[in-house]
Design a protein around this ligand. Structure first.
Ligand code: SAM
Length: 211
């Protein structure tokens, strides 16, 4: 599992390596650009203003929303990723912190129209994911939505199938989403598949807050 220093080292070459994997349609980033575009369109369609990005990386998605006038908050543990994102979004409120320990205090005091996490939460164990998702859902305004775009499989059987097919390149240190498992905890969650290894989860918050 990469720690913050590992991400610091990857930061300057990150966009390029992700782009190559996505364009080749290979694990792990097949479907990446499509997922980010989809979230971008939905955030603007919903007229979201306040956006929180968990593990924003180089700010690929949030920079586009920033340029459209969204107010951006974010948390990432890599100092270099934060520097790169900050250059593109000087007014964004970007904080350094390890989300396996929860959100930093500064982010807990706001409410958001959209919270998003793309290709970041697979660094949490399955149990940690559930706790953390509950924590961030509580920060959404009524009518808001949480989007999780990531490496994801519908069932354990599907994950195992691709693990075998991908072989040595499969990263055993990461905890990919299994949709069937999460549905039990978040029944209002919607899943959309974007490639053999990637999907988008949306968890909307209704006025009744039924979670
Ligand atoms: C694969 S990158 C994804 C970046 C961006 N969201 C995207 O879609 O391109 C994962 C990001 O999550 C951050 N990250 C990973 N584990 C983290 C943790 N435990 N706490 C905070 N940030 C973390 C990394 O520093 C990195 O910027």
């Amino acid at each position: 599992m990469l720690n913050n220093k590992g991400f610091d080292l990857w930061a300057d070459g990150y966009d390029k390596s992700v782009g190559v994997s996505d364009e080749d349609g290979t694990y792990p980033f097949a479907g990446y650009k499509q997922i980010l575009n989809e979230i971008y369109n939905r955030v603007l369609t919903n007229k979201s203003k306040a956006v929180l990005d968990i593990g924003f990386g180089t700010g690929t998605l949030t920079t586009k929303l920033y340029e459209q006038g969204c107010q951006i908050w974010g948390q990432d543990f890599s100092g270099r990723m934060i520097e790169l994102a900050k250059e593109k979004m000087p007014e964004a409120k970007l904080f350094q912190g390890d989300f396996s320990k929860g959100l930093v205090d500064e982010l807990k005091h706001h409410r958001y129209d959209t919270i998003m996490a793309t290709y970041s939460l697979h660094h949490l164990s399955d149990e940690q994911k559930i706790c953390f998702i509950k924590e961030i859902l509580s920060l959404l305004r009524d009518g808001g939505c949480l989007y999780i775009g990531d490496i994801m499989f519908e069932t354990w059987a599907e994950l195992e199938k691709y693990k075998t097919l991908i072989g040595e390149e499969w990263d055993d240190d990461e905890f990919y989403f299994v949709v069937d498992e999460l549905t039990k905890f978040f029944p209002q969650m919607k899943y959309e598949k974007f490639s053999f290894c990637a999907g988008l989860l949306s968890i909307p918050i209704r006025a009744s807050r039924d979670f």
